[in-house]
Ligand binder design. Structure first.
Ligand SMILES: [Zn+2]
Length: 204
């Protein structure tokens, strides 16, 4: 059973056309949204935001009272550096991702430890949802908690405004992106975008 979910770091995008910013020019360093999901026998962290150990540990403790060594599992939605940034901050946890992301990260040889196929290590409470578009191998997570369906989108949609407009991120909006966003909106009551606070999906 999943007991609770907490946003640990509220991320932000490198630029936001819905705030009037130029979509083709970075105006800030992006930080991804990081979420902790706690259930019976596991503590799963999704998309660890910070590479600096102290900063990551502080973010986790400030929002959950947990220490880094209390995290059992770390899941990353896709291979982009801003979503894998904090993996090394959790040397005692099992690291996992959707199979194609795991394969890609392992092949890059950047980490001393393997990224496992999430299908083999995720607790049964989670649905691993393929959400291609932002990257072809992107996967989101869905679970039920306290009577609502929650989707942790990752960059399958980066902010609430992108989600409402059925877009994942910058650039041309492809049919694949749109399909992935629609699918998530369909299954979610609450959604955690890749670079924004969580939002209720109450417009469908
Ligand atoms: Zn990304």
């Amino acid at each position: 059973m999943i007991e609770r979910w907490d946003v640990i770091v509220i991320g932000h995008p490198s630029r936001n056309p819905y705030w009037g910013e130029d979509p083709n020019r970075r105006v800030r360093t992006p930080v991804c949204t990081c979420t902790l999901v706690t259930g019976e026998g596991f503590r799963l962290l999704v998309d660890p935001s910070f590479s600096d150990r102290e900063k990551m540990a502080h973010a986790l403790h400030r929002r959950s009272g947990r220490r880094a060594d209390e995290i059992d599992l770390v899941f990353v939605t896709h291979p982009h550096g801003d979503h894998t940034a904090g993996l090394e901050c959790f040397p005692e946890a099992t690291w996992c991702a959707g199979k194609p992301t795991a394969r890609r990260l392992n092949a890059a040889g950047r980490y001393a430890r393997p990224i496992r196929d999430a299908a083999d290590v995720l607790p049964d409470e989670f649905d691993l949802v393929p959400t291609p578009g932002h990257t072809p191998e992107h996967h989101s997570l869905r679970f039920d908690c306290e009577g609502i369906s929650v989707v942790i989108a990752g960059d399958a949609t980066i902010t609430r405004d992108f989600c409402r407009n059925e877009r994942s991120s910058f650039g041309e909006n492809t049919e694949e992106e749109r399909r992935s966003v629609r699918g998530m909106v369909e299954m979610a009551d609450a959604l955690v975008p890749g670079h924004d606070n969580w939002c209720a999906v109450n417009w469908k």
